[in-house]
Design a protein around this ligand. Structure first.
Ligand SMILES: *[C@@H]1O[C@H](CO)[C@@H](O)[C@H](O)[C@H]1NC(C)=O
Ligand SMILES: *[C@@H]1O[C@H](CO)[C@@H](O)[C@H](O)[C@H]1NC(C)=O
Ligand SMILES: *[C@@H]1O[C@H](CO)[C@@H](O)[C@H](O)[C@H]1NC(C)=O
Length: 209
């Protein structure tokens, strides 16, 4: 696309739909569940020079900041090199003055031997979603049972489950179970509509300018 038309599209898109303009948080590896001992890097997707800090709420303490209290980082990104179950919680970025904050991500750290590989960001309506049930040591039988809101929805011999064309009704609390290995923590999976499409379109347009 030619520079000026991209600029115009960008201006138009921000006018039309991205008025809230929340910054994002990226999690790598990009999933919401981890085994104890794994490491994770969280990043504030900032496109200004404003200072951001990563904060979190856990069951023990609230609004603690990356660096002095947990993890290590330079403000925009934070490295937790060895995660414990007590690191489970919600994470977000906040501007230094505390005036603005980003979207929030949920992270669970399992002290057990099974996790559900579920997306950390909302899934877009109409897209397919694959969930994997993973054990710490290879299972003799990878067959996994998947639960939504406490009810068994499917047993998959491969340990992977695909939901096709997700809609709002797929939102819920998911977990999985592998025989002889145990159960994963539960993760909330949310499905988003137009607003996020818009956000991603903006990201794309920013990327090509
Ligand atoms: C974190 O905890 C504080 C204090 O309880 C609460 O006001 C705030 O809404 C929480 N933030 C998130 C993102 O859950
Ligand atoms: C995260 O921290 C650990 C331990 O300090 C280090 O080994 C690792 O390289 C760091 N990762 C990144 C991407 O900085
Ligand atoms: C985090 O998880 C809780 C339930 O475990 C859910 O109510 C909440 O909506 C989730 N937040 C996000 C941002 O996914």
């Amino acid at each position: 696309m030619e520079g000026t038309s991209v600029q115009m599209l960008l201006a138009l898109s921000s006018l039309l739909c991205c008025t809230t303009n929340q910054i994002g948080v990226t999690v790598s590896p990009s999933r919401s569940q981890f085994f104890e001992g794994e490491s994770v890097i969280l990043n504030c997707e900032d496109d200004s020079s404003a200072g951001w800090t990563l904060r979190r709420n856990t069951s023990r303490r609230t609004r603690t900041q990356c660096g002095p209290e947990w993890g290590s980082g330079d403000g925009l990104s934070c490295n937790i090199s060895y995660m414990y179950p007590a690191d489970s919680g919600v994470y977000w970025c906040e501007s230094r003055g505390g005036g603005a904050s980003s979207m929030v991500v949920n992270i669970s750290v399992s002290g057990g031997s099974v996790i559900l590989q579920s997306p950390v960001l909302p899934v877009m309506e109409g897209h397919d979603l694959t969930l994997s049930c993973q054990s710490k040591t290879p299972p003799s039988n990878p067959s996994a049972a998947f639960y939504k809101d406490g009810s068994l929805i499917r047993t998959e011999p491969t340990g992977h489950m695909t939901l096709q064309h997700v809609s709002r009704s797929d939102e819920g609390l998911y977990k999985c179970h592998i025989r002889d290995h145990g159960e994963s923590p539960s993760s909330w999976i949310s499905v988003s509509g137009e607003e996020l499409h818009c956000h991603l379109t903006m990201d794309f347009l920013h990327a090509v300018t």
